[in-house]
Design a protein around this ligand. Structure first.
Ligand SMILES: Nc1ncnc2c1ncn2[C@@H]1O[C@H](COP(=O)(O)OP(=O)(O)OP(=O)(O)O)[C@@H](O)[C@H]1O
Ligand SMILES: [Mg+2]
Length: 658
């Protein structure tokens, strides 16, 4: 039997006379995995705040089942205190936090006494009772999954950048494992690898999940239902995001038909009323028709909203730079003992649009910051081309907005000479409509802030633009607006993104970053995908050599025996491991092949003239094609990672040591 954990009944909320939503009723059960979707500013985060009782509803009520635990990840990261990453990740309750601190302090002061130490005190006993040892190891696994390195565990959390603090909070929530997990755009700060891990982890999560996300693929993988906030109402749909899109389309057709029908009826009745209204003999009949019209109007479904049109706007273009935009030569850069780049060389030409790809921790963001001049090379040079002005845009860019200003005031504050009229139309093209421009920045939603930061950037664009995950927080129409602007952009663009659609639309070059090495691909993302497959297949083939190094000195008989035993043991371990990894690679290769076949079939289908005879068929095919392509991209990255792990295992020990 299902238990209802959370019940919202007839909830309404408005801000300053504008109703965000009303008559919101919703139930969340034990087993539910729901995605909360809707455009930027629809009120998703506000709904979370109501559930969390950070704000109170204007009407209606919110009730919880007794005793349930709730965990929440906010859209904008909470700060961290003095704790280390691991301490924060295990701070699952105030008591546990306190006990853990005492135990760790004792352990640090008595480094020699191991687990068997004859030591008893309340803190240790309580720590064990609370499952302290398991909690630590669980938190460590989760942190590792979110791409933390072991040596970061004991670093103070606040030393880390915003994205990592947020990941630490996320690790804390997963360690805590509340009955209801509420996540507000959790994928914003994750790179692809951590995202895939997180997605898999959530699949096995024992509690209910309610999450806000604009990430279609992520939702598709996880949710069994969609809660949509649209135009002040809430709609609940069964199935994942794609199935929601299909259902909504059908629903809109139906609504439109019903609306038209009702309208037709009204017209007929109106005609009658008009014709006979003047005649005294028919007056009462005319009156009753009018009443009928009113009744129909009351029940009439709203006309479905036409898709919001984005205003077309020609953005100011930056001054033209020299042919070469930027060059890094023999750059060495590391954080502490961790060397990221040893001898980095790269040259970017004017007007290129390059995406940086590669596994997490490979140094993509570091490279972008080096190019931007945000980080300085420790050795080597960074040289800007003639007349180049570099500008860096990160997902934290919104933090530089002046919270006390209004949207319009902030946008007007640009060195370019642009009329207020033009600025308003730029704001319009980024979906700030009507009175929206008079809103204070302090009350903007996450997506609205990002959009405003982008507007500011695009009103005065540098000619070398470096962007780290610019689509963070943006809903789909805003992403389209940004794509529109960047496609016009005549300067040089280098960016990082995990949005495949965004990359496909924009990138003309791909730069693969891995282990301090750069591999350029002079083609778009599809070209890169095609290319890497063959290259990696070859790499995997040649990585299997097995030359063993000669020992430096000759071992004694007993040593040799022991050595042999150890070697055999390791071989066994390795071969088991290798089998697993091989299997994964094969499995992924099979899936990739199937996807490719599917894509080919769909393409053929789309090229047949017949296809266009069936209404809706091309849309359906295109949608399937887009999905298959997204899947292919994802599986290819997985496969790449798996192949790399396999190759790692097959690298001879002698090569690793050097
Ligand atoms: N205190 C407030 N006063 C006035 N307006 C507010 C206040 N708080 C939020 N709003 C407005 O309410 C709307 C909903 O905000 P909310 O943060 O819930 O949106 P959201 O759906 O989470 O959007 P996003 O996808 O961008 O995060 C926004 O337009 C925001 O500007
Ligand atoms: Mg929000």
């Amino acid at each position: 039997m299902l238990f209802c954990m959370l019940t919202l009944s007839d909830v309404a909320k408005s801000f300053g006379g504008r109703t965000l939503f009303s008559e919101v009723s919703l139930q969340v059960n034990r087993e539910d995995r729901l995605g909360l979707v809707g455009p930027n500013g629809a009120g998703k985060s506000t709904l979370f705040n109501l559930i969390l009782q950070n704000e109170s509803p204007d009407e209606g009520s919110i009730a919880f089942q007794r005793g349930i635990t709730l965990g929440y990840l906010p859209q904008e990261s909470e700060p961290a205190g003095d704790e280390t990453v691991l301490e924060l990740a295990t701070a699952i309750s105030p008591e546990f936090r306190r006990v853990r601190k005492i135990v760790k302090a004792w352990d640090a002061a008595h480094p020699t006494s191991g687990e068997g130490a004859e030591f008893e005190d309340d803190a240790h006993a309580r720590f064990t009772e609370l499952g302290g040892h398991q909690i630590d190891s669980r938190a460590k696994k989760i942190l590792a999954g979110l791409s933390f390195r072991e040596k970061d565990f004991d670093r103070p959390a606040r030393e880390m950048s915003g994205g990592w603090v947020m990941r630490t909070h996320l690790a804390r929530l997963l360690t805590q494992e509340p009955d209801l997990l509420m996540l507000d755009e959790p994928t914003n700060h994750l790179d692809l690898e951590a995202l895939l891990w997180f997605q898999e982890y959530l699949k096995g999560y024992p509690g209910a999940i309610l999450m806000i996300s604009h990430d279609r693929e992520f939702l598709n993988q996880l949710v069994g239902g969609i809660v949509e906030i649209r135009r002040g109402h809430i709609y609940r749909w069964t199935g994942n995001y794609d199935s929601f899109l299909v259902q909504r389309e059908a629903h809109e057709h139906q609504q439109l038909a019903a609306h038209k029908n009702a309208q037709r009826k009204i017209d007929q009745l109106q005609e009658f009323a008009d014709r006979f209204g003047a005649k005294a003999s028919k007056a009462s009949q005319a009156q009753s028709k009018r009443k009928q019209i009113e009744r129909i109007r009351e029940d009439m479904a709203d006309a479905p909203e036409a898709a919001e049109k984005t205003v077309h706007f020609r953005f100011p273009q930056p001054a033209r730079s020299g042919q070469r935009a930027i060059e890094l030569e023999h750059v060495r850069f590391g954080y502490g003992v961790n060397l990221v780049y040893e001898d980095l060389n790269i040259e970017i030409e004017r007007g290129q649009r390059t995406v940086l790809v590669g596994p997490n921790g490979a140094g993509k963001s570091t490279l972008l910051k080096l190019l931007a001049g945000v980080l300085q090379p420790q050795v080597g040079t960074r040289e800007l081309g003639h007349n180049v002005r570099a500008g860096y845009f990160s997902q934290y860019r919104a933090e530089v907005l002046d919270l006390t200003r209004t949207v319009l005031e902030e946008a007007l504050d640009t060195p370019q000479r642009i009329t207020e009229q033009s600025i308003r139309s730029v704001l319009g093209s980024f979906l700030f409509r009507g009175d929206d421009v008079f809103k204070k920045i302090s009350v903007l939603s996450g997506g609205e802030k990002s959009r405003l930061a982008l507007v500011k950037l695009l009103l005065d664009p540098p000619n070398l633009l470096l962007m780290d995950e610019p689509t963070t927080h943006l809903d789909m129409p805003s992403i389209d607006a940004l794509l529109g602007a960047l496609q016009q952009f005549e300067g040089t663009l280098i960016f990082i993104s995990h949005d495949v659609y965004f990359i496909r639309t924009l990138a003309k070059h791909v730069l693969h970053v891995n282990a301090g090495r750069l591999t350029p691909y002079h083609g778009d993302y599809q070209y890169y995908l095609d290319k890497t497959k063959s290259e990696n297949a070859r790499a995997a083939l040649t990585a299997g050599g097995t030359s063993t190094s000669k020992p430096v000195r000759t071992l004694s008989g007993a040593e040799r025996k022991e050595q042999k035993r150890l070697e055999a043991e390791q071989r066994q371990l390795r071969s088991r491991d290798r089998k697993d990894r091989q299997q994964l690679v094969h499995q992924l290769e099979k899936e990739i092949q199937e996807l490719e076949t599917r894509i080919a079939q769909l393409t053929v289908e789309l090229e047949k003239p017949d296809t266009y005879q069936t209404p809706g068929r091309p849309t359906q095919l295109n949608r399937e094609l887009a999905n298959a392509q997204t899947d292919l991209g994802r599986q290819t990255s997985k496969w790449e990672a798996a192949a790399a792990r396999l190759a790692e295992l097959e690298t001879p020990e002698s090569a690793k040591a050097t």
